[in-house]
Design a protein around this ligand. Sequence first.
Ligand code: F3S
Length: 387
Amino acid sequence: MYLDAEDEKILSGEFGETRQKMMEILVALGRVYNAEKLVPIASAQVSGASYKTIGKWGLEWLSTLDARVAVPTVLNPIGMPRDEWRDLDGITPEFAHQQEAVLTAYHRLGIRMECTCTPYYLQRTEYGEHLAWSESSAVAYANSVIGARTNREGGPSALAAAIIGKTPFYGLHIVANRRPGVVVEVEAGDSLHADHYGAIGYLAGKEVGNRIPFITGIRPGRDQLKALGAAMAATGAVALYHVEKITPETRVFTFETEGLERISVGLQDIEDLFETMDVDAVAIGCPHCSPDELREIGDLLTGKRTTKPLLVFVARSVARDNQDLVAAIERSGAMVVPDTCMVVSPAMDHYKAIMVDSGKALAYVPGMCGALARLGTRKECIEVATS
Ligand code: F3S
């Protein structure tokens, strides 16, 4: 892999041990994937931020690093809301102490203390920009909805790219690798509801695996695309998808889909996922809510009181910039929770059954929280939480 003179100096250790190690990670990745060079990135998003997922060995490694990030960088959700962790059952002082230590280690590296899987709500991300993002739903959104270019980075490789300001040029950074490999035909016609997109993604992801799907038969908005991609990234390993006439690259390129495998998702398959089950909590915001979603939740809660815990997860900046919407939700007794989420926080681990409105959460809650998961529309979630 070609390295310029400065890259070579970093690799030789001239700019410190941490930058040397980070360059070694990028060079090793580049060799594995036959990258011809490194490419500058516009931003990074680093996973491995919750103490629940990285544990003491991850914290120990982070604490040894000594460098500054070279591009705007944010973190994936951590295991608790930074300032309000005492408001949540299930966060022990010991966990909070360790989580704080993780944040301190990242802060020393110059990473912005924003912990979210929706970094695109915080900083403008442009079509065609190269990124090093690691949370799978954020990767799918960046590639598919924005038309930016990022591979599905691991935490260490995203951090290495953030510190060096570059990433190996392979995979989805190369336009020729962004062509679809399978067609998904959604056959639901006008009966499709805005809240069905997580279910479509849940079903499609299982069939698609790590291929790039070209999806027909749907006309989603941005929030529905977010739900669709998050779920396909969870049940499959989808890092990029195209939706006919909707996502930007389908308007720029002509994709040849003749001869590709065709998978169909029907309305009955979608509706079958919305099964009924008693739950003891309701969680919304996987991925983190947009301002429009906060508004919808607030409207649905107008005049109601919660009878079960209802947690709504969001990026801290989005909550801060939309305090009226947050207040409208919290008037009902629901909690708007920044920085963390239903999967990476131990706060959900003591529930036995959790209702979610997200195909990704449906896939992850059982394994990560040890709880049963029930999928509902957002309206059903609010009804169950206030019934
Ligand atoms: Fe985000 Fe957590 Fe879901 S990181 S996509 S809210 S599992």
